[in-house]
Design a protein around this ligand. Structure first.
Ligand code: SF4
Length: 354
């Protein structure tokens, strides 16, 4: 028994968690469907990203690409443009590539098993299990950072190595999709990384820790970096450069040209702050007409909204009133993001993409 909970008690734990989920789950758009496409899109968007950030983008993305067929036939630049601001653009490229595989190799049919989902670009064990359990009711447990934390506290387990087996043992086989979502919801709203809200926990009577245990989160140290970009305008066009196709981060996306730091404050139009993973950038937006001699393109302002712009570039162009403000502001929550249990995706190696 990986859970070290007796087989007599396990059904009570499952029922307590599912009843709590039925009454307390957040009303999220991807929870009102069993459509594999919609669930797949939501799972990819939610990787490394908070629910509050995904909510305003999810509906828009589905409006633009309402089916696998539409997604597969779109240009990758259009998909990146719709993804702009969500970050981790490799996810959008993989989503697009997987849609093509489904259309061209699977005759438009979705895989009917988690093992088959895993063969698609950008889909690992966690995502395959989430899609298959929710859309197909396949009894396969999910394990991401949130679930791992809940299980380690619940079972007072020192390492993650047994968590997957414990998750599989714990899984309710009559409602696997709901059970997986219930345990993720518990990690996102009650069994929080810092101080868990044990007094609100539906499974506290089964829990061996009832507190943070050794899993109190320590925030990674943020580093600060100052950079400068040039905002060069000619008539109704803006000068932009495209990131190289081989760049590890945000390849192919458009941004303002990076320039040397300003020599005088009077060169600075304005500054913006922008955070990516563990780096807080202070970005000076400067007037530097000479930057237009770099390898880039003049883009008409009216065409900017269809271009795959980096998040920082959008932020600057909004502040300069060159493109419109985004829709309704969604407040950030303390809810932890879904993280992989076996590594991070922080920026490494290449020039930082901001
Ligand atoms: S009792 Fe507390 S520590 Fe245990 S699972 Fe519930 S919220 Fe987490």
């Amino acid at each position: 028994m990986f859970t070290r909970i007796s087989s007599q008690r396990l059904p009570y734990l499952r029922r307590a968690l599912l009843e709590w989920y039925d009454q307390n789950r957040r009303d999220l758009p991807w929870r009102n469907t069993r459509d594999p496409y919609r669930i797949w899109v939501s799972e990819i968007m939610l990787q490394q990203t908070r629910v509050a950030a995904v909510l305003p983008r999810y509906g828009k993305f589905l409006q633009r690409f309402p089916s696998t067929e539409k997604l597969a036939s779109a240009r990758v630049a259009s998909v990146l443009a719709e993804w702009s601001g969500l970050g981790y653009y490799r996810r959008a490229r993989n989503l697009h590539a997987a849609a093509k595989v489904i259309m061209h190799e699977f005759a438009g049919k979705f895989p009917d098993h988690s093992d088959e989902w895993r063969k698609l670009p950008g889909i690992g064990r966690y995502t395959a299990a989430a899609i298959a359990s929710i859309s197909l009711e396949e009894p396969v447990a999910v394990l991401d950072g949130n679930v791992d934390r809940v299980l380690r506290r619940l079972l007072h387990s020192a390492s993650s190595s047994q968590s997957l087996k414990a998750a599989q043992e714990l899984l309710d086989r009559t409602r696997p999709g709901d059970f997986n979502q219930a345990i993720m919801e518990l990690g996102a709203t009650v069994c929080l990384p810092g101080e868990p809200l044990c007094s609100r926990c539906p499974v506290s009577s089964f829990c061996r820790t009832r507190g943070p245990g050794e899993l109190r989160s320590s925030k990674p140290r943020q580093r600060k970096l100052s950079v400068a970009v040039a905002l060069v305008i000619r008539g109704d066009s803006v000068f932009l450069v495209q990131r190289a196709g081989g760049e590890r981060l945000m390849s192919g996306m458009w941004e303002l040209p990076r320039v040397d730091s300003p020599a005088h404050d009077r060169e600075i139009l304005f500054t913006v702050r922008h955070s990516i993973t563990v780096t807080n950038y202070l970005v000076s937006v400067v007037v530097r007409p000479g930057a237009a001699s770099l390898k880039g393109k003049w883009i008409k302002k009216s065409k900017l909204d269809r271009l795959a712009l980096t998040g920082l570039t959008k932020k600057i162009l909004r502040k300069a009133n060159i493109i419109e403000e985004r829709g309704p502001h969604v407040a950030r929550t303390q809810e932890p993001v879904r993280r992989k249990t076996n590594g991070s995706s922080g920026s490494r190696g290449t020039r930082p993409a901001i």
